[in-house]
Each structure stands twice: as structure tokens, then as C-alpha cells.
Write a protein that binds this ligand. Sequence first.
Ligand code: ATP
Length: 230
Amino acid sequence: MLKIENVRVSYNGIDAVHGVSLEVSEGEAVALLGPNGAGKSSTLKAIVGAVASTGRIEFDGGVYRRQPDALARAGLMLVPEGRHLFKSMTAHENIQVGESARRGRSGPSVDDIYELFPALVPLRDRASWALSGGEQQMVAVGRALAGGPRMLLLDEPSMGLAPLVISDMYKSLAQIRDSVTILCVEQNTQAALKLCQRAYVMANGEIQLEATAAELAGQKRLMDSYMGRK
Ligand code: ATP
């Protein structure tokens, strides 16, 4: 469904992503793991066209060159790091904005989204700036889902969240795994490997390793060394 080849991103002449290739088939949940600064977010931004890049980006049989609108229309949606909600809008209004981007695609109803994230029900009329980090992340995922995506790119859904909140977030993501293709960037390898069947490990702007989640789950020391943990 998504295939990227030899993608390169540089900022002010300094390479952040050095020719990354990866593939996600329809129905898969795939993790893109790696330490701080590995180039994971830059890879996602290159895919959606939010930064300049070279290389080939193919989604659902079409080739895209920095065309974020066209990709969104084709059903590829990014939930960015830091969530980027419309801060003065309520939780519910943010989800409605997502729904308005649906453009005829089928997908979960707003009610389905509250079912997926029941913690949002009593918060629906709260301004999103007044929500906790975990609640904001739920709204961000809910907003993307309301747009009826065929594929979601998730940029560190666990970032800044407490362990219990991460566990709840990932339980909700597991519920949508069968209906939407996922590429999930994470530093939290444990959470991501429970959700995903397969993973790429990135460091220094390059893919270092590709393996099944089961293979990586049994390689804690190797993963710790890639992730820069002692
Ligand atoms: P993190 O988990 O910290 O977000 P990451 O693996 O997603 O890490 P990127 O955010 O893609 O990594 O960053 C890759 C490299 O590119 C880093 O060295 C970072 O400092 C640099 N970089 C990222 N964005 C910019 C930018 N807008 N301008 C200049 N350098 C950037």
C-alpha cells in the first residue's frame, strides 16, 4: 500500500535521512523504531510532503511528489508528533474538522470514535488546550480517524505520556488495527512491538534492521543498543 524508495531529507545541507526504503502492505501495522534524532519524524514528513525530499513515494499505486492534499484525498493521514490540535476548539470540534476532511470515504462515525476513546465523552466540550497530553493524543488520533483514512502514520503516540496512559492509547490503537493500515514511529519499542507485526529500526538516518515484532521482542539487548540505552 505504501512503498518508499531511497528517500533523502536534508536540513540546511545536513542529511537527516540517507536513502530510506520501506514498505507497508495493506492491513499491516508496522513500527519505525529508533532513538532520538534517528530521522523517523523526517521520514514521515517526507512521506506526506511536509518537508522537501528526494526519492520515490508510492501510495496505493500512485506516485506522489510533495502533494499533501492529494495524499490526504487518497486516504493517507499523519498524526503528527506534538498532536497539533486546533487549540481554541473543543475536543468535539477537532474531531468534526477531521470528519469534514472525509471527502466521501467511509469510516468510523463520530460516535464510533467516542466508543474507541470513552474518556473523551465527558470532555467533548472542553477546549483542547485544557486537555491532558493523553487526552490530546486521543483527540488527535480521533480527528484523523474521523477523516476515514485508509492508512495512518502515527508519530510517537506515546510521547510525554504516563505508562498507564500509553497502555490505554495502545489498547485503542489495537482496536483499529484491523480496519486501517498503520505505520507507527516510536521510541517506546515495547508498546509499538505489541501493536505491530513487523518493524524497521532506524539510526543515523538509515534503516539498520527489519524484522518481525516477535523476533525483535526476543532481542532486548540488541534493541537497547540500537535505541542508545545501556
Ligand atoms: P525524535 O524522536 O527526537 O523526533 P527522530 O528520529 O524523529 O527523532 P528527526 O526529528 O527526524 O528524528 O530528526 C533527524 C535529524 O534532523 C536530527 O538531527 C534533527 O536535529 C534534524 N532536524 C529535524 N528537523 C529539523 C529542522 N526543521 N531543521 C534542522 N534540523 C532538523
